[in-house]
Ligand binder design. Structure first.
Ligand SMILES: [Cu+2]
Length: 250
């Protein structure tokens, strides 16, 4: 066996080993550094009037197990806004983070989606359930080309599993019950949060650095008219950086 042949085989083995290692890394990705990472913490505050809640009568939809539904467009308590989606928009470069294999869960219960606003990491599975004794459909309406779906969801059907191909705010509707909608923020990293009923949100384990933070909140007139606010933020290791948002409803 010639020296040149052995050298070629050795080179091939090294290349194979390297490509295997890269492939493994891209699947695993980075974990959140909960020890040295910083925290972004804030409150979402409503400036100005709150849109009046819209109530829909369930009528013949006995499977909803309720008489009426109040739309979840603006949930505001003492001037603090729930259901705002806050995430790091820029500054993480191309860091790849571990994608959870456990699905993010979206339920249909009493003819509303629970949760109304949620986030997941791009590539993470989405599992949709139907806890109602009635028919729904799950209609993804604001998605990239080739990503939309519209699936019938009868009572008792097994959970539906899906995933997203692109980042962005996705809108899901039920065409059977016109008031049913929800939003899923899909981002390529784990640094996102949804404000709670007190308007509070917190994003932990953020690597030290300078970022653009973005807030998204639905409007009463559709996802094309959503409230979007950005702010620059500097995160330091092990410290909490305050990032309050004041938004106006529409
Ligand atoms: Cu429905």
């Amino acid at each position: 066996m010639s020296t040149r042949f052995l050298a070629a085989i050795s080179l091939l083995l090294v290349l194979c080993a390297c490509s295997h290692k890269d492939s493994a890394n891209s699947q695993v990705g980075m974990a959140i550094d909960s020890t040295n990472g910083g925290t972004i913490s804030g409150t979402v505050i409503l400036e100005g009037p709150c849109p009046a809640p819209q109530t829909f009568l369930c009528g013949d939809n006995v499977g909803c197990d309720r008489a009426s539904v109040t739309a979840q467009h603006w949930i505001v308590n003492n001037g603090k806004v729930a259901n705002a989606f806050i995430y790091i928009k820029d500054g993480l470069d191309n860091k790849k983070y571990t994608i959870p294999t456990s699905p993010a869960l979206l339920d249909q219960r009493h003819c509303v989606y629970k949760p109304h606003v949620m986030g997941l990491i791009l590539g993470q599975p989405l599992e949709v359930l139907n806890s109602d004794s009635t028919l729904h459909n799950v209609h993804l309406t604001s998605a990239s080309v080739g990503e939309s779906f519209n699936r019938i969801f009868p009572q008792g059907m097994a959970p539906m599993s899906s995933h997203f191909e692109t980042p962005g705010i996705k809108t899901i509707k039920c065409d059977v019950h016109g008031w049913m909608n929800c939003y899923i923020g899909v981002v390529p990293h784990p640094f996102f949060a949804v404000s709670d009923s007190t308007g509070h949100f917190e994003i932990k384990g953020v690597p030290p650095g300078d970022y653009t933070l973005e807030l998204w909140h639905e409007s009463t007139t559709g996802s094309d008219n959503a409230v979007v606010e950005t702010k620059k933020i500097s995160v330091k290791a092990k410290e909490t950086q305050r990032a309050d948002f004041s938004i106006t409803a529409r």
